[in-house]
Design a protein around this ligand. Structure first.
Ligand code: WT7
Length: 658
């Protein structure tokens, strides 16, 4: 919980910003007066429609929504071509910086040309509107180009984070039945060339395991590392895209045409393919980007330091900023390469004005110390954003003081893969900010905090965060699983969207997010499901049973802690005298196993070998008690345990020869 001293402080908008900001207080008034008319107006003002829509929202088949019914548009045209047609082709779209220090400057005209070539190349590979294309790429401009080329031809993309394993890639390719995978030989991370093509080969190599839908693999040469080649399947980007025609007619698609699928962790082991469509999603991304970041496309240099493998990269690197025609920075690597000053050099070099990052990154910079910033001119910065997890007031204050010179507003933006765009956030020219609070639903968004019975909680009380009205960028479903969509989001409180987050309202009606209320963890702003990691652990031959919890961690917010019961033979092997080395080796092997099965992000901070797990009489694992152990506390109420001595056994076991 935020401590008293810091929560008392509030920060009114700087007077000049209050006067000049894109979003003025009447935005709330207009949305409150007529929500649907407000959204219709945003859609028409922010986007170019080939055919205007005739109905703003069709909610007759709720919770299956159709927004901007009858409207037709091309998303890529809206993100690129129209800016060129408006005479802004020379404006820089992307200042790109590779981790090794290579740089590229890409104007809107360049981007338009590259997207058209890539669209032609994809069509040349037989991709048609409606076909799915998987993208497994580093943070290079080709990732943006490929996403927009897919959008241009109406082929929904499914971006798979480059840090995910071959298995995770295969599962996602199979679920979406992707026909093409776009990848690179590798990408740079922490000074090394990390392979990507090799993972694609592994994912697709054995038809018995999956990947059978894929006809072609389009490969960008990034690192120059050696790659295996499957003739007839693999093609180089420089062969088929660079040489493709620069002419490509953008066809308009229905507002509800699928734009992309993005997989995210839920409460079960199987990731959910979150489906977003065209007109509503782009309206939400453009509207929130413009108003929350107070974007002035002529002068701002915006930097969202996320990866395109996450929704933040989709909405706030690709679709929102490009729809708004802004100039942005894109950086390939990690903040510590070659030195821990890399970010501040980037801010200084390009004169970044708007910076958007995650609390875990801010806390990492805090740990490294403010001295690293002092040698750099950060005076261009005028607004800072935070996303991904609750930002503690200390980190909020440090961010404002040391990055923002105690001058810039900080906007803490709450949203999810499912919401498509920011739902709750201050507006920088209007809101008096409170460190640690995401504050108010944006104009056009309606939220509430409910108790178990579905009644609004009293001020100061904690409850469940819900969105009470549909919104344009809402997910349209879970790919291939309508029932799970209804069940996961719309059944806990019928008619309202259940976000899975706890929250409380303060006396001003401001929202304070309290973290997930389900079995979803948040590690460095990445969503991980306990069930997914548990199933990875039990897939290891030595593990009989596993329970995973998220334990508080100073840097990453939460850390993965796993409790495992070994199979008898494995347990015998590590329990004999003098076998500490064997036990340590097994723990390491299990941690690596999870990294390999899912992703290094999911690698447990700790694996604790235990003889038993605490369960209720109905057999449900009591994760709350395990969290107490993982966080070094006395275990809480154990009265509902089937066997109340289990916690004692666990503690005794852990104190033994670990
Ligand atoms: C979950 C969504 C939204 C893009 C990145 C994560 C948590 C996100 C905040 C915030 C408190 C936050 C929530 C949410 N979360 N932003 N500003 N304050 N919590 O997207 O992977 O879909 O995760 O991230 O728990 O449910 P995601």
């Amino acid at each position: 919980m935020p401590d008293e001293a810091t929560t008392q402080e509030t920060y009114p908008p700087p007077p000049d910003l209050a006067r000049d900001a894109v979003a003025q207080p009447e935005l709330y008034a207009r949305a409150d007066a007529d929500r649907l008319a407000f959204w219709a107006d945003q859609a028409r003002t922010l986007l170019d429609w080939e055919t205007d829509f005739t109905q703003t929202l069709d909610w007759d088949r709720a919770p299956f929504a159709r927004w901007f019914v009858g409207g037709r548009l091309n998303v890529a045209h809206n993100c690129v071509d129209r800016h060129v047609e408006a005479g802004n082709g020379d404006r820089v779209a992307i200042h790109w910086e590779g981790e090794p220090g290579d740089r590229r400057t890409i104007t809107y005209a360049d981007l338009a040309r590259d997207v058209r070539r890539c669209a032609n190349a994809l069509e040349g590979l037989g991709v048609k509107a409606g076909d799915r294309v998987a993208l497994y790429l580093p943070m290079i401009p080709e990732a943006v180009v490929a996403m927009l080329a897919c959008a241009r031809i109406g082929a929904p993309h499914s971006v798979v984070f480059g840090g995910f394993s071959a298995d995770a890639l295969r599962n996602r390719v199979d679920d979406a039945e992707a026909v093409v995978v776009v990848t690179a030989d590798g990408g740079y991370r922490r000074g090394a060339a990390a392979p990507l093509k090799a993972s694609v080969d592994e994912a697709l190599g054995d038809p018995a395991r999956g990947g059978r839908s894929v006809r072609s693999v389009l490969v960008v040469r990034r690192t120059g590392q050696d790659v295996a080649w499957t003739e007839g399947r693999d093609v180089w980007w420089h062969d088929v895209v660079d040489g493709a025609s620069e002419e490509h007619e953008a066809q308009a698609f229905d507002a509800e045409h699928p734009l992309y699928i993005l997989y995210t962790s839920g409460t079960t082991g199987k990731p959910k393919g979150i489906l977003h469509t065209s007109g509503g999603y782009l309206t939400g991304a453009a509207y929130t980007h413009r108003n929350v970041f107070d974007v002035r496309p002529e002068t701002d240099v915006y930097w969202c330091a996320a990866d395109i493998g996450w929704v933040t990269g989709h909405s706030y690197i690709v679709y929102g900023p490009l729809a708004n025609g802004v100039t942005q920075v894109m950086y390939e690597g990690t903040p510590d390469t070659p030195t821990r000053e890399r970010w501040w050099e980037v801010v200084e070099r390009y004169g970044v004005t708007l910076l958007y990052t995650a609390p875990t990154t801010v806390r990492t910079f805090m740990k490294w110390g403010a001295d690293l910033l002092s040698g750099h001119d950060l005076s261009s910065l005028r607004l800072l954003g935070s996303v991904g997890e609750p930002i503690n007031p200390e980190a909020w204050g440090w961010y404002r003081r040391h990055v923002g010179s105690d001058r810039t507003p900080v906007v803490d933006t709450w949203w999810q893969t499912e919401t498509g765009s920011i739902m709750i956030s201050p507006l920088p020219g209007i809101t008096t900010t409170k460190p640690g609070s995401a504050q108010r639903p944006l104009p056009g968004i309606s939220a509430a905090v409910l108790d178990d019975t579905g009644a609004p909680v009293a001020d100061g009380q904690a409850g469940y965060l819900v969105l009470t009205e549909p919104w344009p960028s809402m997910l349209r479903g879970i790919w291939g699983d309508d029932d799970r969509y209804v069940e996961t989001y719309w059944s806990r409180f019928p008619g309202r969207y259940f976000a899975g987050d706890g929250a409380r309202l303060d006396e001003d009606g401001d929202v304070w997010l309290l973290g997930r209320v389900d079995d979803v963890m948040n590690v460095s702003g990445h969503r991980l499901s306990t069930a997914e990691i548990e199933s990875a652990l039990v897939s290891h031959p030595s593990v009989a049973e596993a329970a995973v919890v998220g334990a508080a961690d100073d840097t990453t917010g939460q850390a993965v802690c796993a409790f495992v019961i070994l199979r008898a033979d494995a347990a015998r092997a590590v329990s004999g005298e003098g076998d500490e080395a064997d036990a340590a080796a097994l723990v390491k092997e299990l941690r690596d196993h999870v990294a390999r099965e899912i992703s290094p992000i999911a690698k447990p901070r700790q694996v604790l070998v235990v003889a038993e797990l605490p369960k209720t009489r109905s057999g449900k694992i009591m994760r709350r008690l395990l969290r107490d152990v993982a966080e070094g506390r006395e275990a809480g109420d154990v009265t509902t345990l089937a066997d109340s001595s289990v916690m004692g056994t666990i503690r005794a076991g852990l104190q033994g020869p670990a």
